[in-house]
Design a binder for this molecule. Structure first.
Ligand code: SF4
Length: 398
């Protein structure tokens, strides 16, 4: 499902975004870009998890020279289309001029106006125009153009009703992004070759900044909470910020920026993006499993084990199911712990089971398409339900 947004359609290599295209998921490698083998492996991991746009740091000549080979190898190994973005800062113009194959191979250049002087900015945009590439004007709270901030602070100090320092900071983020985007247009970029982002590491501020950009322009928007942090903190903060914005039809592409954890794959960022879009019913990636949190009414772990098994089955079989059973990602399954909410949730799902709670008879009703289908009994309820689920998928989606 996609939402009609007001941004123009932007084409980034093989990927379309903006306008009424579905929201695009992107991520970024954290390998040394000059290490082709490691960068290809990580880009493939991100793409196979569902990233449609992959960004790489291009910070020196060795990285710039590696870019075309990385793109070639990743594209050769993938069945799906993916676009590549180079992340440029202080020396982007020099690198793009020195390694024109890099400028040609990339689909989009990310330029941070806070880290690019006037000449660097102008020359990078001109190279994008010559090569017909898209540019993201990516303003970041940690590297905001100090002059824009200072000027606004000075004006604010003279105002009879001065705004807070936070409000001025947000205004400066928005001004830096929109002024830079307009400047890029004067250098020859078309509006549909520009993507804008205003990333900040604080949820309320990032929401306010994107709301202001969306209210003042119709550029295609890349959403992200920068430096969201590790683990649950990063996931929750990103989900709240992106959820609030997406719910207002703000945003065309999203990235979740999680601090790396050596025990967690980089593609966790992509998985979180997929969960955010699926939670808002913007795109379906996998069947939805509704399962209750459990409480004193069900002291056994039976329903927990079954919910886990159903989720594991989906993870293992999803790619095969998607090919054999088109539309399977739209399936709704419920695994409930007792009769309190079990029958109600079961009736809302395509296929559901309500397991016996404490003091309930050792039997479990299975609901199919909202109607009671069968009571499962005995020691083998889990296997029986998995079999019914597999048969249901085969019958419904073949
Ligand atoms: S469905 Fe039953 S077991 Fe699950 S949380 Fe609700 S009352 Fe507790």
């Amino acid at each position: 499902m996609s939402l009609k947004r007001c941004s123009p359609e932007v084409i980034i290599g093989p990927i379309k975004m903006g306008s009424d295209n579905p929201i695009v998921i992107q991520s970024m490698t954290n390998t040394d870009t000059s290490d082709v083998k490691a960068s290809v492996a990580q880009a493939l991991e991100l793409a196979q998890a569902g990233a449609q746009v992959i960004r790489m740091t291009v910070n020196d000549k060795a990285a710039a020279k590696a870019v075309p080979e990385i793109i070639h190898q990743v594209r050769a190994a993938l069945e799906t289309e993916v676009a590549f973005v180079g992340d440029f800062h202080f020396n982007g113009n020099k690198l793009l001029k020195a390694v024109p194959e890099c400028a040609k191979a990339l689909d989009k250049y990310r330029i941070n106006p806070g880290n690019a002087d006037d000449t660097n900015f102008k020359e990078m945009v001109e190279i994008a125009v010559q090569n017909q590439k898209t540019v993201r004007i990516g303003v970041n709270g940690g590297s905001l153009d100090q002059k824009v901030l200072d000027d606004l602070m000075e004006l604010n100090a003279q105002s009879p009703t001065p705004l807070s320092a936070t409000d001025i900071f947000i205004k400066a983020m928005v001004k830096s992004a929109l002024n830079s985007a307009k400047l890029a247009e004067t250098y020859g970029l078309k509006k549909n070759q520009i993507v804008v982002s205003v990333k900040i590491s604080e949820v309320n501020q990032v929401v306010a900044a994107y709301e202001a950009v969306a209210g003042q322009s119709d550029y295609c928007l890349h959403l992200g909470l920068t430096e969201a942090g590790s683990g649950l903190q990063g996931v929750v903060q990103s989900s709240i910020a992106l959820g609030i914005l997406l719910k207002q039809n703000i945003g065309d592409t999203i990235r979740v920026s999680l601090t790396p954890n050596k025990n967690v794959p980089r593609s966790e960022e992509v998985e979180v993006c997929k969960h955010i879009l699926q939670s808002l019913d913007l795109t379906r990636y996998r069947p939805k499993v509704v399962s209750c949190p459990g409480c004193g009414r069900t002291t056994s772990t039976f329903f927990q084990d079954l919910a886990l098994r159903v989720n594991n089955l989906i993870d293992q079989e999803l790619e095969v199911w998607k090919k054999k059973f088109p539309g399977v990602e739209n399936l709704n399954i419920a695994v409930m712990g007792c009769v309190v909410n079990g029958p109600g949730e079961s009736k809302n799902a395509d296929i559901a089971i309500s397991l016996p709670g404490k003091m309930e008879k050792a039997q479990a009703p299975v609901y199919i398409d909202g109607k009671l289908s069968v009571w499962l009994k005995g020691e083998d309820i889990e296997n029986q339900f998995i079999q019914i689920l597999k048969t249901y998928i085969k019958d419904k989606f073949t």
